[in-house]
Design a protein around this ligand. Structure first.
Ligand code: HEM
Length: 504
């Protein structure tokens, strides 16, 4: 029997109505049963609440939380999503139920690029545990941090020198580009002992490296609709699958070459090993092979590069923006630098413990401008109860630290930039105080907190100790555009342009 087009239309319309009624029923029913579901906006068929997110999801979630509360349930496409927005609920997710909430969802980009064999996107399990252990016991240790001091010293003095040369000609400097190149050089030197950015002679390899890694960072930050609406997957509407596959072949070429070079190199016994050397000499995850597989080495290297560059550059740029907008604060930091360090020598990492006000400025910057405002997405491994609400297994959880850092229960005048709030105060960024979580907390918190924090503090100290900071002629600090872009981190939409004169 042939089905007529008109009949097909009726069947499709009936299915759509039934799905809609089912959703409607579920939405209201769950909110009135014993197993209460968290409140949240009504989800539309197919897209759910996706269209409410806009370009800055952390701000959209914050606005929704002022209506629905500190814990909300949303449907992003077909993905059940929980958003928590208070210090107490963050503690429930990242401490009380840490083990249950410690997985990551699979995304199309992470599947193609990493096959989830990196650290950041690996689901909770043996592979993640093994690689996390390797990163904390061998890569991000305090010993390695000390051993790599000369790399940071050199790159930061090149940054200061570069700015100095530029401002001699009176030109404004684009701080976003300068800070980001410095962060990338430090990380690529730790990873492969090579610097690729700002090089005087840009060879083919440097160009290829820059091209591939900048694309990788962009693709990691894109919000892919097909991750949320599975039936759209085959259509690849944003071209993300296509781009990932293209990047992948270049990444593979780059890593095959770099790994072969490292294997051939004869290292002196006292020579400092880079991260790639350490990974190449590490036994395999399976306990049988004598070396980590190349997919894992590639995944962890990309993780380190993507997670460790823009986060630092973005924070330093926001700190400079806030300081230029608050002349009394910048004066206080520079006075402190003059008292502790003076003008006879350059500021050093060993000075940081004495620079208490600078530390408060860094905390206040992390509070107002956390580079990961929603952390990375967490996924529940089984059902649990958070804040009195039933949270199903495989829910996606966003901890909105952007909102938490502005929660009225935690801070007075939370929208004001006021480092004084951290001066006589023990609140820290180390994942113990749930009102300040730029690095997260618990099992999935940033494994490289010590490096990230130190790098932001010393970079800011060197820049403030070396220069007086002013805006290009005709610009007023209060008119600086504070717009953001959401991606791997949340940088300033319009890069900060400044004119520096040497600090006398
Ligand atoms: C200012 C600097 C940095 C900040 C604010 C920062 C923040 C974060 C945040 C918020 C997360 C996610 C935590 C969660 O989902 O609960 C994270 C994860 C991660 N970060 Fe960082 N990070 C910074 C620097 C770095 C650096 C320099 C590296 C490497 C060299 C790094 C490597 C990683 C890795 C591998 C993960 C994934 C951890 C996991 O899933 O187990 N980060 N970071």
């Amino acid at each position: 029997m042939m089905i007529q087009p008109a009949e097909l239309k009726i069947v499709a319309a009936t299915i759509a109505v039934l799905i809609f009624l089912h959703r409607l029923f579920k939405h209201f029913f769950h909110q009135h049963t014993k197993l209460k579901r968290a409140p949240g906006p009504f989800p539309w068929p197919v897209v759910g609440n996706l269209l409410m997110l806009g370009k800055l999801p952390h701000r959209a979630f914050y606005e929704l939380s002022t209506k629905y509360g500190d814990i909300m349930e949303l449907k992003l496409g077909s993905v059940l999503t929980i958003v928590v927005s208070s210090p107490e609920l963050a503690k429930q997710v990242l401490k009380v139920h840490d083990l249950i909430c410690a997985s990551r969802p699979e995304t199309i980009a992470s599947k193609i690029i990493f096959e989830q064999r990196n650290i950041g996107w690996a689901p909770y399990g043996d592979h993640w545990r093994h690689m996390r252990k390797l990163s904390t016991l061998e890569l991000f240790t305090l010993k390695r941090l000390e051993d790599s001091k000369n790399v940071r010293d050199e790159e930061l003095s090149w940054l200061v020198h570069g700015i100095f040369e530029h401002c001699k000609e009176g030109n404004p400097v684009n701080m976003q580009t300068s800070l980001s190149s410095t962060s990338m050089n430090v990380i690529s030197r730790l990873l492969f002992k090579k610097r690729y950015f700002n090089t005087v002679h840009s060879d083919e390899e440097s160009e290829e490296f820059k091209d591939v890694f900048l694309k990788l960072m962009n693709i990691n930050g894109v919000f892919n609709i097909s991750d949320y609406v599975p039936f759209l997957k085959p259509f690849d509407l944003q071209g993300i699958r296509f781009e990932c596959n293209q990047i992948l072949s270049k990444v593979d070429r780059f890593f095959n070459k770099t790994i072969q070079e490292h294997l051939k190199e004869k290292k002196e016994a006292n020579e400092l090993k880079d991260f790639l050397d350490i990974m190449l000499s590490h036994p395999g995850v399976d306990g049988v092979s004598d070396r980590l597989d190349e997919l894992t080495i590639k995944g962890v290297s990309i993780d380190i590069f993507v997670a460790g560059t823009d986060t630092i550059a973005t924070t330093v740029e926001w700190a400079l923006v806030e300081l230029i907008r608050h002349p009394n604060v910048i004066k206080k930091v520079q006075d402190e630098l003059d008292d502790v360090v003076g003008q006879e020598r350059v500021v050093d990492e060993n000075d940081i413990p004495q620079l208490k006000y600078l530390q408060a400025v860094v905390k206040e910057t992390f509070r107002l401008h956390p580079p990961g405002p929603l952390l990375m997405p967490h996924e529940t491994r089984e059902a649990c109860v958070i804040g009195g609400y039933h949270i199903p297994a495989k829910s996606r959880i966003f901890v909105n630290v952007w909102a938490i850092h502005r929660h009225p229960s935690a801070y007075e005048n939370p929208f004001d930039f006021n480092p004084e709030r951290f001066v006589e105060n023990l609140i820290d960024v180390k994942g113990i105080d749930f009102q300040l979580l730029p690095f997260g907390s618990g099992r999935r918190m940033c494994p490289s907190l010590n490096y990230g924090l130190l790098m932001v503090q010393i970079e800011l100290a060197k820049l403030l100790h070396s220069f007086k900071w002013t805006l290009p002629k005709g610009q007023n600090p209060q008119d600086i555009d504070m717009g953001e872009i959401f991606g791997v981190s949340v940088p300033k939409k319009i890069p900060l342009q400044v004119v520096q004169t040497p600090h006398d």
